[in-house]
Design a binder for this molecule. Structure first.
Ligand code: ATP
Length: 234
């Protein structure tokens, strides 16, 4: 389980995250909603060790990983799939995947690769093809697959549906759901409440660097107008 407690992130000009607490549970999708600039990405990046948090705590299954190096946090079981996919375009699909499992032993990596192909058959079909030639949705699957190669117990996904055609958005959200159902704790950032709520179990809403709502997705769905008010400008 991922537990973020009273996290603060400060940049030169502003405090982007001001005492944020949220958690993600194995087997469940926790949706993080919020308008542009609410502090969602900063929260994820700090939890992943990519920016420094000035106060607060990040725990993975009870182990303190606050402000550890990003690769160490991956090794301890948590991976961030950043906004914008960023696959290695000139490399093949399989080469991209193998890079994601850099810390694993060869045999273990082969077994995980099989699992990833089981979850994303399209990646197996395209394994020898150049990653840059995949469609946007397929590149997102590849970014997920690469993250799965480190056998994470927790995954943070920053707006995976961004810029995708509607049919692709559906399959990407389906993939997020399957990853959670395989037992991973998933923290999903998504700006569009209607999309995210399709697959979420729990919801955290942020505005201006703070958490303004935490509750079951059911409650957020039945109070969509209240949720929109919480989100402010969303
Ligand atoms: P978006 O959906 O636009 O990414 P967000 O909710 O993820 O929004 P953040 O990207 O975390 O929000 O940004 C929170 C605040 O921190 C914003 O005011 C943003 O301008 C500021 N900010 C983000 N990154 C930096 C940075 N590297 N340096 C200075 N300010 C930053």
């Amino acid at each position: 389980m991922l537990q973020i407690s009273d996290l603060h992130v400060r940049y030169a000009t502003a405090e982007a995250v001001r005492g944020v607490s949220m958690s993600a549970t194995p087997g469940r999708v926790t949706l993080v909603l919020g308008a542009n600039g609410a502090g969602k990405s900063s929260t994820l990046r700090a939890a992943a060790g990519l920016v420094r948090s000035h106060a607060g705590r990040v725990e993975l299954d009870g182990q303190d990983v606050t402000n550890r190096k990003p690769h160490e946090i991956v090794r301890r079981g948590m991976v961030l799939v950043p906004e914008g996919r960023r696959v290695f375009a000139p490399l093949t699909v399989e080469e991209n995947l193998v890079l994601g499992g850099y810390s694993a032993k060869r045999q273990a990596a082969d077994a995980v690769l099989k699992e990833v192909f089981g979850m994303f058959p399209i990646l197996e079909q395209r394994r020898a093809g150049q990653a840059g030639l995949l469609s946007g949705g397929e590149q997102q699957m590849l970014a997920f697959g690469r993250a799965l190669m480190s056998s994470p117990r927790a995954m943070m996904l920053d707006e995976p549906s961004m810029g995708l055609a509607p049919t692709m958005v559906e399959s990407v959200l389906g993939a997020v759901r399957r990853m959670a159902e395989s037992g991973i704790a998933v923290l999903l950032v998504e700006q569009n409440p209607d999309l995210g709520l399709e697959i979420a179990d729990d919801v955290v809403a942020m505005a201006r660097g703070e958490v303004v709502f935490t509750g079951p997705a059911e409650q957020a769905r039945s109070n969509a107008s209240v949720l929109r008010a919480f989100l402010g400008e969303a």
